[in-house]
Design a protein around this ligand. Structure first.
Ligand code: ZN
Length: 430
């Protein structure tokens, strides 16, 4: 994490010379901006991939749904105050009802939020809210207010929580994950609601959907059943105040825009809705495993696989369970299936690479782990790469991997530091 702090410090120091007033592209107000738009574009482009990875990866089972969400997003982006940003929209494979925006229009929505909504106008309310966060440069403002720096320092490493498998993102790749967690201020939330509703009306959507959406959020946030979702709207705190303000705004915008898109939304999300029981079984399996209830976890995971045999996530979880039960062969077979179904997710490659390393398949392990670290650099990947390199007697290389892993802090970081010290002593003696 030292590298992350260094990166941010360098970023902030390099900006001190570039101070100036800029006109906010959305509000038209003059404001003090240290971060240039080209720096924002660079940040957004660099962070989007790793952030999608750390939040669960793409919802790859439904390419048509990805296209649909992108089309709705682009319709709104075109009528926004920043139509020329390099917008991207993606559906993330996560049950947590959430959505986020990185600088310069890199936007994501979780499938767990899509299943809470009833029509396209409500989806438009979520996406237009995120578009305003990007267009009004809210993340740049959070960055320069030091919020991100504080979050990075306090957290000292962003944990990726995936079942029983916790890891720490290394280096600059943690900035995007931090941005998805760091809370927006009340002012930014109200601004995103209000301008988002303007964009909805311009695109023909009924702004009343934003009122309903806020009501859904308030209900979800207060729902105790959902409290085990740590990340629930941490970044966009819902409130009764927002419900009331949105109601006023909808009234002010009038009734000329009326499109709801109920049938369109039902069609686009039909396949996802059919999979709700499978993901529910999976989520219960994850919970059971985290509580140490291994047989219940296995039962739930088998149920999920029966309901949806093409979801990589389910095999990855069953692999973890077999690992716990000491059945390495079955674990590896499940990790193989997960990678086969979705080869572009760091977590599945990390699990298989670690399992391969533990079975002495060091060269194959290194291939998996290197690819995993390219998608999202984590301390566990570098630690396992160190072990694999040791197995291949590549001591200098192993030392480098352990040194990188030790930057992550936490338990893995400490283990890596010990390994690196021992190894460095041995190498000096030779
Ligand atoms: Zn927000």
């Amino acid at each position: 994490m030292a590298r992350l702090i260094l990166n941010i410090t360098v970023l902030i120091l390099s900006l001190l010379g570039l101070q100036g007033c800029a006109t906010n592209p959305v509000t038209g107000k003059s404001q003090f901006m240290l971060i240039s738009e080209s720096q924002e574009r660079q940040l957004g482009a660099e962070q989007y991939g790793p952030t999608i990875q750390s939040q669960g990866g793409q919802y790859y089972l439904d390419p048509d749904l990805q296209v649909y969400v992108r089309q709705v997003g682009e319709k709104l982006a075109r009528v926004s105050d920043q139509p020329d940003l390099p917008y991207e929209f993606v559906v993330i494979n996560s049950s947590i009802p959430n959505a986020w925006a990185l600088p310069s229009g890199k936007i994501a929505i979780n499938r767990g939020l899509l299943t809470e909504m009833e029509d396209e106008a409500q989806l438009a309310a979520v996406l237009s809210h995120e578009i305003v966060h990007a267009a009004a440069r809210h993340s740049a403002q959070r960055l320069q207010q030091g919020l991100l720096l504080n979050a990075g320092l306090a957290g000292l490493g962003i944990m990726v929580s995936d079942n029983d498998f916790r890891d720490i993102i290394l280096g600059g790749a943690a900035v995007g994950a931090t941005l998805t967690i760091a809370k927006y201020g009340r002012g930014h939330e109200l601004e995103s609601d209000a301008y988002g509703m303007e964009y909805m009306a311009r695109a023909g959507y009924d702004p009343q959907a934003a009122v309903e959406l806020q009501e859904i959020f308030v209900k979800l946030a207060g729902d105790r059943e959902s409290s085990w979702f740590d990340g629930l709207f941490a970044s966009h705190p819902p409130s009764q105040e927002r419900v009331a303000r949105n109601r006023d705004k909808a009234q002010q915008l009038g009734t000329s825009a009326r499109f709801r898109g109920k049938a369109e939304y039902a069609r686009a999300t039909a396949a996802l809705r059919k999979r709700i029981p499978a993901y529910k079984a999976y989520d219960e399996g994850v919970k059971a495993l985290s509580e140490g209830n291994i047989q219940a976890a296995l039962g739930k995971t088998e149920e999920a696989i029966r309901l949806e045999p093409e979801e990589a996530m389910f095999y990855a979880l069953r692999g973890d369970i077999h690992q716990k039960l000491g059945d390495e062969q079955k674990a590896l077979a499940d990790y193989n299936r997960a990678v086969e179904l979705y080869p572009e997710h760091y977590a599945y490659l990390l699990k298989r690479g670690t399992a391969r390393q533990q079975q002495g398949l060091n060269e194959l392990a290194l291939q998996d782990l290197q690819k995993s670290a390219e998608l999202l650099p984590t301390s566990l990947a570098y630690y396992a790469m160190g072990e694999a390199a040791l197995g291949l007697e590549a001591h200098q290389q192993a030392l480098q991997y352990f040194q990188i892993a030790s930057e992550g802090g936490g338990e893995t970081g400490q283990m890596a530091r010990d390994r690196a010290q021992t190894l460095a002593r041995q190498l000096r003696r030779q």
